[in-house]
Design a binder for this molecule. Structure first.
Ligand SMILES: [Fe+2]
Length: 422
C-alpha cells in the first residue's frame, strides 16, 4: 500500500501554520483597554515556540513516513506526525482563545475597578460632604447632595430643614447633632421629594422630634407612594418603587401648627412641587429648597423637575425680590447674590419650552416630544428619568396649552400637540 502525499502537503501545512499564527496575532492585538501582561506573555511565548516545534516535528514524521518502505511503520509514523500537527493546531487555538478570555476578563475587571473606584470616590465625597458648615451665628447647613439646614436655638435644641435622602443621611445628621449635644426639636420639610424627607423616620424614631410640612407636601410625606404614582401617572412599577423616588413614610404635622422661633419665616416656593416652602432663619439666611438648581446640575439634567410652570416663574420672580444675607438652594452652592442663578434657571425653563414648541411645529404625541427632548439634550432615558422628565414635559405642555403657545387635538385615538404659529 502506498502513501499518497506530495510536497504540496507540506506547503499546505506551512500555510496552515502561518494562518494560525496570523489569526493568533490578530486575536492578540484586538483593541483592548487593559491587559494582564504575564499570562498573556506566557501565551505568546508558548505559542510562538511550541507551534513551530510541533509543525516541524509533525512534518518530519510525515516525510519519514513517506520514505518508509514498510507500509505499516509508514502508517504509524504518519499517525504520530498527524497527531503532533493536530495537537499543535489545537494548542494554538486554545492559547488564542485563552488570550481572548484573559482580555475579556481584564476588560470586565477594569470596568469593575472603574465602578468600584467611582463608588468609593462617591462615598468619600458624600462622607466629606456631610460636613457641618456655619454660615451665621445660629444658622448652619450640612453639605450633602440635598443640603440640610440647621437653626440652633438658645437651649441648644435645633430645627432641621429637611432630613436628607435616606436613613443613612438621618444617621449622619444625628451624629453631627450628638457630637455637639444638640437636640433635634423639629424637622421642617421644604417639600416631599424623597431626597428631602428620606431621613425623617430615622430621626423622629430616635429623637421624638416632630416633623412639619406644608399642605399637599404633608400628605405626600405620610403616603410617599404618591410620589412615584404621581410621577408615573399610574401604579408605580418596581423600577419606580426605589428609595430614589420612594421614601419611608413618617408622621407629619401641618406646618401651620409649628410655632416658629421669633423672626423665622416660611415662604411659599411653589412650582417645583405642589406646596414647597422656603425657610428664612432669624440670621437672615434663606433656604431655597429646589427652587433653583446649580449650573452644573442644569448641564447634567437640562430638564429640571417642575410641577407647575406658571407658579415656577412666579417663584423665580419672587426670589429676586428677597434681601438676604445668604441664599442656600438645596442643590447649588450658597450664594450672596442669587439673581444670576435665578436668571439661569429661568433661561433654561424658557429654552426647554422653545424646544417643545419647535418639536410641535409637526403635530406630535407626548412620547415623540419626550423622545426628541432626550435626544436634543443627549440624555439617556431610564425609568426614573422617564418619569421625572416625562412628568415635567407634561407640565410644560399644560402651561403652553393654557398660555396659547400650543394647541392640541385628539385624532384617530392619538393625542397630538401642535405649535400655534403667528
Ligand atoms: Fe425636589
Amino acid at each position: 500500500m502506498e502513501i499518497m502525499f506530495s510536497k504540496n502537503t507540506f506547503i499546505i501545512m506551512g500555510i496552515t501554520y502561518v494562518i494560525l499564527l496570523i489569526a493568533f496575532v490578530i486575536g492578540y492585538n484586538l483593541p483592548q483597554k487593559s491587559f494582564i501582561a504575564i499570562p498573556a506573555l506566557g501565551g505568546v511565548i508558548a505559542t510562538v515556540i511550541v507551534l513551530p516545534f510541533v509543525t516541524i516535528a509533525g512534518s518530519l514524521f510525515i516525510v519519514y513516513a513517506l520514505k518508509s518502505k514498510n507500509t505499516l511503520i509508514g502508517y504509524l509514523i504518519l499517525a504520530i506526525g498527524s497527531y503532533i500537527l493536530v495537537y499543535g493546531a489545537v494548542f494554538a487555538v486554545e492559547k488564542m482563545s485563552d488570550l481572548v478570555r484573559i482580555r475579556g476578563r481584564s476588560e470586565e475587571r477594569q470596568k469593575q475597578n472603574d465602578y468600584m473606584n467611582n463608588t468609593i470616590a462617591q462615598v468619600k465625597m458624600e462622607n466629606k460632604m456631610f460636613e457641618l458648615i456655619q454660615v451665621a451665628e445660629n444658622t448652619y447647613y450640612i453639605d450633602c447632595p440635598a443640603k440640610i439646614g440647621i437653626y440652633r436655638l438658645q437651649d441648644d435644641t435645633v430645627i432641621l430643614i429637611d432630613s436628607g435622602n435616606d436613613r443613612d443621611a438621618g444617621r449622619k445628621i444625628l451624629k453631627i447633632a450628638n457630637e455637639r449635644n444638640w437636640k433635634v426639636n423639629a424637622i421642617i420639610n421644604t417639600h416631599s421629594n424623597a431626597d428631602h424627607i428620606g431621613g425623617n423616620k430615622f430621626i423622629a424614631d430616635r429623637t421624638g422630634c416632630k416633623i412639619y410640612a406644608n399642605g399637599i407636601e404633608k400628605v405626600f410625606c405620610e403616603h410617599p407612594i404618591l410620589e412615584p404614582a404621581f410621577l408615573f401617572g399610574g401604579y408605580p412599577n418596581r423600577h419606580l418603587r426605589h428609595k430614589f423616588l420612594l421614601a419611608e413614610p413618617s408622621h407629619v404635622c401641618d406646618v401651620k401648627e409649628f410655632v416658629l422661633p421669633e423672626n423665622m419665616e416660611l415662604f411659599p416656593l411653589k412650582g417645583h412641587f405642589f406646596d414647597m416652602v422656603g425657610v428664612k432663619t432669624p440670621d437672615n439666611v434663606y433656604f431655597l429648597a429646589d427652587s433653583v438648581f446649580s449650573e452644573s446640575l442644569l448641564n447634567k439634567y437640562p430638564v429640571s423637575f417642575i410641577y407647575d410652570v406658571a407658579e415656577y416663574f412666579s417663584t423665580l420672580d419672587f426670589i429676586e425680590t428677597l434681601n438676604g444675607k445668604l441664599f442656600i438652594p438645596a442643590h447649588a452652592d450658597p450664594a450672596v447674590d442669587i439673581k444670576p442663578l435665578v436668571e439661569l434657571n429661568r433661561q433654561k425653563t424658557e429654552e426647554v419650552m422653545g424646544c417643545i414648541k419647535k418639536i410641535c411645529e409637526n403635530p406630535s404625541s407626548f412620547e415623540t416630544i419626550l423622545g426628541e427632548i432626550f435626544d436634543k439634550y443627549g440624555m439617556v432615558m431610564d425609568v426614573p428619568q422617564y418619569a421625572l422628565v416625562g412628568s415635567t414635559i407634561k407640565s410644560y405642555l399644560s402651561y403652553m396649552l393654557d398660555h396659547n403657545i400650543l394647541d392640541m387635538e385628539i385624532k384617530d385615538n392619538n393625542w397630538l400637540w401642535k405649535a400655534i404659529t403667528g
